[in-house]
Design a protein around this ligand. Structure first.
Ligand code: ADP
Ligand code: MG
Length: 248
């Protein structure tokens, strides 16, 4: 479980995030939605500590992230961003195994894990030999997913991982991604940011709707749909096409 308390982040005096208390359940998929600029990426960056909060705490399985624990805790998290965030000068394979090499994993263990993840992500060893620029957007996101899963971390953070893909590729990857999540032996705590309500409902056991740095509602898709805590919830859901009812 990820526990957040009295978390505040400002940029030049402008409040980007202000969350009093939030619990992200373990071993489930948690979708974060909200309009552009509402603080979704800021929340993920704070969890993986690419940035530090002005105040407040984040704990991963009750261990608070601070300067002393950040290195260790970061290894417990995989992170996937919209454009993949792969190193362009490294092959897909090198991108995937970079951290395991740094941690001096035996070659045998690395090869075995790559084979396992390649099957899971639907990539061949030939594709893994290519550089990111030689892969399609969808393939790059599959590589990025492999990299995030390589060390088998208990937490996976995904920031609009499918946001840059065209609708057909996106739909296929949504299904594949869900299959991957379901097939993992030990279930992971997945935090998935999207601005698409239907995608959030497709993946998320729970959904967190944010607005202007604050939590508006946390609950299942059904709860957001049928028991909105604020008119903004309905407004946000209604603004999506096709409407979320199609996915019920
Ligand atoms: P989202 O991911 O929901 O679109 P972000 O978390 O990226 O939103 O941004 C939240 C707010 O913080 C926005 O108002 C954005 O302009 C601001 N912000 C984000 N990153 C920075 C930064 N590095 N410097 C200044 N302002 C930032
Ligand atoms: Mg963002």
């Amino acid at each position: 479980m990820i526990t957040i308390n009295r978390l505040k982040k400002t940029y030049d005096g402008h409040l980007a995030l202000d969350i009093d208390h939030l619990e992200i359940p373990a071993a489930k998929t948690f979708a974060v939605i909200g309009p552009s600029g509402c603080g979704k990426s800021t929340l993920l960056r704070l969890i993986i500590r690419l940035i530090k909060p002005d105040s407040g705490t984040i704990a991963i399985a009750e261990e608070i992230i601070n300067d002393a624990t950040e290195r260790k805790l970061r290894q417990k998290m995989g992170y996937v961003i919209q454009e993949g965030g792969l190193f362009p000068h490294l092959t897909a394979l090198k991108n995937v195994i970079l951290m395991s090499e740094r941690l001096a994993w035996p070659k045998e263990k690395i090869n075995q894990r790559v084979e396992e993840l390649g099957d899971l992500a639907g990539l061949t060893s030939r594709q893994l030999g290519r550089y990111p620029a030689q892969l399609s957007g969808g393939q790059r996101q599959r590589v990025s997913l492999m990299r995030a899963l390589m060390l088998d971390p208990p937490v996976i953070l995904m920031d609009e991982p499918l946001g840059a893909l065209d609708p057909l590729i996106r739909a296929r990857l949504q299904c594949d991604l869900k299959k991957v999540f379901n097939s993992l032996k030990t279930k992971k705590t997945i935090v998935l940011v999207t601005h698409d309500v239907a995608e959030a409902a497709f993946f998320g056991h729970q959904i967190l709707l944010m607005k202007e740095g604050r939590v508006i509602q946390q609950g299942s898709a059904q709860e957001l749909l049928h028991s909105p805590s604020d008119p903004f919830v309905t407004e946000f859901i209604r603004a999506q096409r096709p409407p979320i009812e199609l996915y019920e």
